[in-house]
Design a protein around this ligand. Structure first.
Ligand SMILES: N[C@@H](CCC(=O)N[C@@H](CS)C(=O)NCC(=O)O)C(=O)O
Length: 398
């Protein structure tokens, strides 16, 4: 982005009515580069004046830019995650709107995104690779939201990793951005354009954009279509449900979301409060893991808790320590039990390793969040991104 800024010109109150005419491209000098308004000069100038006033209002009271992680006008300086709004379910129940079917559903994901990677891990662990297709967006997130790679980028060093491709869904040949899928589902959609997206190719609509619920669906709702060996894998076993929910309740807020609340804070007070709470929660997780048999959170059964915690911990040393200032300790030298637990998942389970793409992870955070890292220089270390199973940093060696 140089001098061009996409500015949402309506205030929140009128947001729903004017979705498509609201997005104007305005240069830093105020010249409209693309306007659907009148072609007459005076009308045009009036439009710009109105735009500037409205964008000022929008900046003050609403989400002025997609990349304003703390809402302008929010004096707390704190990142507040928006709740996902598309929350349907694939269900095995008779008459369900979205029944499990081979080849019907698609996951749009980003390798950078911890929430999206939950669903990629689950898809592999449950043997759903022939049943649910997936594709990966470009790692860079800018004002237009996630974009698909171009034909030229496919298969190049710019787009490393499996399935980093253009939108493969028939009918989407001209789609360039993820937002187009949201608008296809609801032309008045006014939430954020997040990954993961679980998409129904039959009705051409989004089923869900909430990773915790997609994870739950993949864990059980396709069980009639998969081999016995995969059916036996249960991320949410009935005897552990209350303990799983209890773990989710603090791990989500203090760790998964805690790294974002630390890193996106625009006031020292908000940062310090959140980073302190994050490390208290990591201490709690460390204590839990050092007193259980392992290798998983609940001993010998891999559950949702392992999947949901792994995606944050694997990004911790490579990104969050430095980029989000989560640097009271790091995992490799400060948390031996978490480190062991994470490395077991990564090195002994291809489902975790193969869905971890460190280039997307590092490039996305350090080159998309230009408020935090204005020159978009990606730190080289730590090297390696993850230590081998049998190696420790010197400080952690006995
Ligand atoms: N609650 C959502 C959060 C997903 C989310 O925030 N994804 C991020 C990427 S890590 C995203 O797509 N952000 C784009 C945006 O907010 O514009 C979930 O768990 O599915």
């Amino acid at each position: 982005m140089t001098t061009v800024a996409f500015v949402r010109i309506a205030t929140r109150a009128t947001a729903r009515q004017n979705l498509f005419i609201r997005n104007r491209v305005v240069s830093a000098t105020g010249r409209s580069l693309s306007s659907t308004a009148s072609s007459s000069t005076s009308d045009h100038q009036t439009t710009i004046a109105q735009q500037q006033q409205a964008s000022h209002q929008a900046r003050k009271f609403s989400m002025a830019k997609l990349t304003d992680w703390v809402k302008p006008g929010d004096n707390s300086g704190e990142f507040k995650r928006q709740a996902s709004s598309l929350r349907n379910w694939i269900s095995r129940e008779e008459g369900a709107q979205f029944p499990p079917e081979k080849g019907r559903y698609h996951i749009y994901a980003s390798y950078a995104c911890p929430w999206a990677c939950r669903t990629l891990i689950a898809r592999k662990l449950k043997g759903l690779e022939d049943i649910i297709s997936y594709s990966i967006v470009h790692w860079h997130l800018a004002e237009g939201g996630w974009r698909f790679v171009t034909k030229e980028e496919e298969g190049t060093d710019e787009a490393p990793g499996e399935n980093v491709i253009r939108d493969p869904v028939p009918g989407h040949e001209n789609f360039n951005r993820l937002r187009e899928i949201y608008f296809e589902t609801d032309k008045n959609y006014d939430g954020r354009f997040t990954v993961p997206v679980l998409y129904d190719k039959k009705t051409m609509t989004i089923v869900s954009n909430e990773s915790s619920e997609i994870l739950r669906m993949l864990g059980s709702e396709f069980d009639d279509l998969i081999d016995e060996k995969y059916r036996k894998i249960d991320f949410y076993p009935s005897n552990l449900r209350s303990q799983i929910e209890d773990a989710h309740s603090w791990i989500y807020d203090l760790i998964n979301n805690g790294v974002y609340k630390s890193g996106f804070a625009t006031k020292a007070e908000a940062y310090e409060r959140n980073v302190t709470a994050l490390f208290e929660a990591l201490d709690r997780a460390e204590k839990h893991l050092s007193t259980t048999e392992g290798p998983y959170w609940f001993g010998d059964v891999l559950t949702e808790v392992d999947i949901r915690l792994f995606v944050t911990i694997i990004r911790f040393d490579p990104v969050y320590v430095q980029h989000f200032k989560c640097n009271i300790r790091d995992i490799r030298s400060g948390y031996p039990a978490l480190h062991k637990w994470m490395r077991n998942l990564y090195w002994n389970h291809p489902e975790f390793k193969d869905t971890t793409q460190f280039e997307h992870i590092k490039w996305h955070y350090t080159r998309s969040h230009t408020q935090i890292n204005p020159f978009s220089i990606t730190p080289v270390g730590p090297l390696p991104h993850i230590l081998p199973l049998d190696e420790e940093v010197p400080v952690a060696k006995k």
